[in-house]
Design a protein around this ligand. Structure first.
Ligand SMILES: NC(=O)c1ccc[n+]([C@@H]2O[C@H](COP(=O)([O-])OP(=O)(O)OC[C@H]3O[C@@H](n4cnc5c(N)ncnc54)[C@H](O)[C@@H]3O)[C@@H](O)[C@H]2O)c1
Length: 302
């Protein structure tokens, strides 16, 4: 067995004295074996190095439509064995068409991500059906466009319950399952360009706050869970053509804005985000954790 392969067995290298930083010796040199307590995500020596999701079971929350469904389709096109949508509402025709095209490899489990028990039950059901779980995309979310001075407490709670607590419940439930199954899993949050700066197309301060929380959480969880071989990243879409953004390119000043701000003068198709998710969910990203990938065609949050 090669020295690389032994890293999976958590065997410490007796010659290396660590200073508490993973894989860094007291002189700042990195060790390929990592520390004795950190599970290495490095693929096996015979890894094929193609970016693929073959043999992987992926859960995407809110994938009955919109961005989630677009990600699901691209995961399936890249050989994911099963993709689950955990969603609150019954899937529609668009979902059914993709399910048929991929011969049932797209499945739906009813789940309310704001309810921890509902999330745990849905993950247990998926694992009972397939025997594994390799990736989770915490994607279900909502926005509310309204001046900050007009928000009341129930509106704020609804946003934070879904976008922050929901994402947190899903990530922690998946992490517990990865550890239980001894799987080096990947978690990807759908953040937003509004996590960096304001959405000038519509006032949405609390939404931006929820997405900044999500992006930060991804980074912190990546640090906490590296020891378990779990990678955590986020993706920040700009404007994507979904029910959430139906109004954006219909605004009378859209063309003028596009001339002024530059970038790609259109909204993204949800599938155009998919490649970034596939990469982060794949073993090709074994050394990628704690990052955010903005996919915004330059426009989104100017
Ligand atoms: N559309 C954009 O331009 C855009 C840009 C940046 C980020 N985002 C983010 O992308 C994600 C998806 O957005 P979208 O545009 O596809 O929205 P969407 O409204 O089209 O889809 C959201 C999905 O989440 C589901 N959902 C809602 N509440 C749920 C709950 N409690 N439990 C489980 N599922 C629930 C809905 O049923 C729906 O299928 C959100 O997190 C959103 O904030 C969207």
């Amino acid at each position: 067995m090669s020295p690389i392969a032994t890293a999976d067995l958590n065997s410490p290298s007796p010659a290396i004295h660590t200073n508490g930083l993973d894989g860094i010796d007291v002189n700042g040199r990195s060790s390929s074996a990592g520390s004795s307590t950190t599970k290495s995500t490095q693929p096996a020596a015979n890894h094929h190095w193609r970016i693929t999701l073959e043999n992987k079971v992926i859960v995407i929350t809110g994938a009955n439509r919109g961005i989630g469904l677009g990600i699901a389709e691209v995961c399936l096109a890249n050989s994911a064995s099963i993709v689950y949508s955990f969603d609150l509402f019954e899937p529609g025709e668009e979902f059914a068409a993709i399910k048929t095209a991929y011969r049932g490899r797209l499945r739906y489990i009813h789940c309310d991500v704001t309810n921890e028990t509902s999330v745990t039950n849905a993950i247990d059901t998926a694992v009972e059906q397939t025997g594994r779980l390799d990736g989770l995309v915490a994607n279900a979310g909502m926005t509310k466009h309204q001046p900050a001075l007009n928000f009341d407490r129930p509106q704020l709670e609804k946003l934070f319950n879904l976008n922050v607590y929901g994402a947190y419940f899903c990530a922690t439930a998946a992490a517990k399952k990865f550890i239980e199954l001894d799987i080096k899993g990947s978690i990807v949050f759908t953040a937003s360009m509004t996590s960096y700066r304001p959405n000038r197309a519509a006032p949405s301060a609390p939404y931006g706050g929820t997405k900044a929380a999500v992006r930060n959480m991804a980074h912190t969880l990546a640090m906490e869970w590296a020891q378990h071989g779990i990678r955590v990243n986020s993706i920040s879409p700009g404007f994507v053509k979904t029910a959430m953004t139906y109004f954006v390119d219909q605004a009378p000043d859209w063309d003028l804005k596009m001339q002024y701000y530059g970038g790609m003068p259109r909204l993204a198709d949800p599938k155009e985000l998919g490649g970034a998710y596939v990469y982060l969910l794949s073993d090709g990203a074994s050394y990628t954790t704690g990052i955010d990938i903005p996919v915004a065609g330059i426009v989104g949050a100017w």
